[in-house]
Design a protein around this ligand. Structure first.
Ligand SMILES: C[S@@+](CC[C@H](N)C(=O)[O-])C[C@H]1O[C@@H](n2cnc3c(N)ncnc32)[C@H](O)[C@@H]1O
Length: 361
């Protein structure tokens, strides 16, 4: 069962799902805000924060029990190498984090979502809350994490400079056209999350075709990002109205194929050997291997090694030795050139041509 919206209680609905069947979970659970009274803006109008019935609990113990139950179900249905992201504010994230560790989840990162357009603190009585925290964890200490490092770098590029992605993420709170409205034109949901943030999470920590689950789906932001990136999804939401609007939202979204969706940047290149390239005619036995400055250094032998100073050694050891380096080996593909059409050509570019030929055939 996938690409579906389930209108129900997530603890019960998850209990019906098969164990170890989900690749990635994103959970944006009730915050248990504990707000009292009405909050007014400076000019006197009422501010609609998160004061919904779904956010009310009788006590902290009640909230802890609820959190423990849904997290236990997540642990059960997550695949051994699956991972989970949970987002929360200061009111809940410490409780959630402590329970996650108790249940054996293994933390990968905590990420600060810095809201670039936070709601002001209207009373000026404390700092304005301009961030929420995400916890990224795997099922247990031995899980093998899916993390597309280079995809994350691509998503973190500025003016063509790709930077390692850090744990502080800047996104505005949903507003304008992104904010879903109900049929009366009012804000549909008080805590709709930015689509771009969900796209980032799904792109860097899952693979195309994976199954993504959100137990507190709200406006189905997670499903929207999953569908756009070619992942399957299961969205669970207790409120019928959110399910109905969420279905309209998901129906309007198409898979957008891209290198990001397929994590192409992180794909390991095909492993090829020198003897394979020799027998395919890409190199000739006996030909000279040269340095970039044109000096002839070693000759290729039939087993793909190099003949250098009367010895037959592999091209990486030969590169280090011929350069007189302390290191025993360096990457020969960064060092060696051969002559093609009277020009120096790097052996690395010849290897690329060979890979291309193999990929095409
Ligand atoms: C913080 S909101 C999630 C918002 C969502 N991430 C989005 O972008 O729209 C939490 C949602 O969980 C739902 N909810 C609360 N308790 C639930 C439960 N026990 N089972 C399923 N859904 C629940 C609420 O109706 C609410 O829509």
């Amino acid at each position: 069962m996938y690409d579906t919206i389930i209108n129900g209680n997530s603890i019960f609905e998850m209990s019906k799902l098969e164990a170890e069947s989900i690749d990635l979970i994103f959970a944006d659970p009730p915050y248990y805000m504990r707000t009292e009274g009405v909050l007014n803006r400076v000019e006197g109008t009422k501010f609609n924060g998160c004061n919904d019935d779904w956010d009310k609990f009788d006590s902290l113990e009640d909230y802890e029990n609820f959190t423990s139950q849904w997290l236990s179900q997540c642990k059960r249905i997550l695949k051994p190498n699956g991972s989970i992201w949970v987002i929360g504010s200061m009111q809940c994230i410490y409780t959630i984090g402590a329970l996650m560790q108790k249940l054996g989840f293994w933390f990968i990162n905590d990420v600060v979502w810095h809201k670039t357009n936070p709601t002001p603190n209207f009373m000026g009585s404390r700092l304005n809350n301009s961030h929420e925290t995400l916890i990224w964890a795997v099922k247990n200490k031995n899980s093998k994490l899916t993390f597309h490092y280079k995809t994350a770098k691509e998503l973190n590029s500025e003016n063509d400079v790709k930077k390692q992605m850090g744990s502080v993420w800047n996104f505005p709170v949903c507003s304008g056209n992104e904010r879903l409205k109900d049929s009366d034109g009012n804000k549909l949901h008080n805590t709709q999350k930015p689509l771009k943030m969900l796209e980032r999470i799904i792109a860097i920590s899952s693979n195309i075709g994976d199954l993504v689950l959100d137990p507190f789906a709200g406006t189905m932001t997670t499903g929207a990002a999953a569908k756009k990136l070619g992942r399957k999804f299961i969205m669970i939401e207790a409120d019928k109205k959110y399910c109905e609007y969420g279905k309209l939202r998901l129906d309007s979204i198409q898979f957008e194929d891209s290198n990001i969706a397929r994590a192409e940047f992180d794909k390991k290149p095909l492993r090829v050997t020198m003897p394979e390239m020799i027998s395919a005619g890409f190199f000739k036995v006996g030909e000279w291997f040269l340095f970039k400055d044109g000096r002839k250094i070693a000759q290729l032998s039939a087993d793909g090694k190099l003949s250098f100073n009367g010895k037959i050694i592999d091209m990486h050891t030969c590169a280090a030795s011929a350069k007189g380096l302390k290191a025993k080996r360096i990457n020969g593909f960064d060092v060696w050139y051969v002559i093609r059409d009277n020009q120096l050509v790097s052996i690395s570019s010849i290897r690329e041509n060979f890979r291309e030929k193999l990929n095409l055939s």
